[in-house]
Design a protein around this ligand. Structure first.
Ligand code: MLT
Length: 242
């Protein structure tokens, strides 16, 4: 705890900066808006039994083969990775397909960051799809919070930072913050106007990258607030809804 008995909130803008933050006993929110944390949130809310996040494509194939009732999914550089059954699109996992199944998932940045975090009290999954649920949960915990942006190959990105700013602007009253990354994220969120996120993000590096593959609809979906109001949490090696 810090000043005035309020817990502390910080924002980490890239996995390359994670070593600078104290994650011990903090609630760490993993953020990968385009698209890993959006996909995880949608799949679980649509009834997936759990999501098993893994680092490599070969591990994903092996764990998928050894897990009855599972499907493999993921991407490398935004495209469905060779050898996996499905991609990293939230739209690929509707209830009619994913209910009752385990999704074994590997992605370029999102699942990587998740595996880098050490000593956290909890690791939860944040996206615009569960924005309000995440904010309510963080307010209820009274613990230090680190909003962790998965970014793109360690480089700052707009969409994860925008989400961090959205969370910070909603819950900052309950936290002590002396973190310029959090302040910067909030300035970014304020300058977006707070609603038409997709217009704001159209000139972002990952929007340009994914739109080359015709994934504009995916990205529009990923910035729709509160479509999937759940709090996914890492428990052991699996992500489930708490
Ligand atoms: C990632 O983890 O890098 C992303 O989710 C990539 C993507 O599928 O857009």
């Amino acid at each position: 705890m810090t000043k005035a008995d309020k817990p502390c909130l910080e924002v980490c803008l890239s996995p390359a900066l994670l070593h600078l933050y104290d994650t011990n006993d903090a609630v760490v929110v993993i953020i990968d808006i385009f698209r890993a944390t959006s996909t995880i949130t949608a799949a679980l809310h649509n009834g997936a039994k759990d999501v098993i996040p893994v680092a490599s494509v070969s591990e994903c194939i092996a764990i998928g083969a050894a897990t009855p009732g599972s499907v493999t999914g993921g991407e490398r550089d935004g495209k469905v990775a060779e050898g996996l059954q499905h991609g990293n699109s939230p739209l690929e996992y509707p209830r009619s397909f994913i209910e009752g199944k385990s999704l074994v998932l590997t992605t370029t940045n999102g699942t990587r960051l998740l595996h880098m975090v050490e000593g956290a009290a909890e690791i939860i999954i944040g996206s615009f799809l569960n924005l309000s649920a995440i904010c309510d949960y963080l307010l209820s915990q009274n613990k230090n919070v680190l909003l962790g942006c998965a970014s793109w190959k360690d480089r700052f990105n707009l969409e994860d930072t925008l989400f961090a700013g959205a969370v910070f602007s909603r819950i900052q009253h309950a936290f002590h913050t002396n973190c310029d990354a959090a302040r910067g994220a909030k300035h970014l969120y304020d300058s977006s106007g707070g609603s038409n996120f997709i217009e704001f993000l159209k000139d972002s590096s990952h929007y340009h990258r994914l739109s080359k593959f015709g994934l504009e609809h995916d990205m529009e979906y990923c910035v729709t607030p509160d479509l999937h109001p759940v709090v996914p949490k890492l428990v052991g090696d699996r992500i489930i809804i708490v």
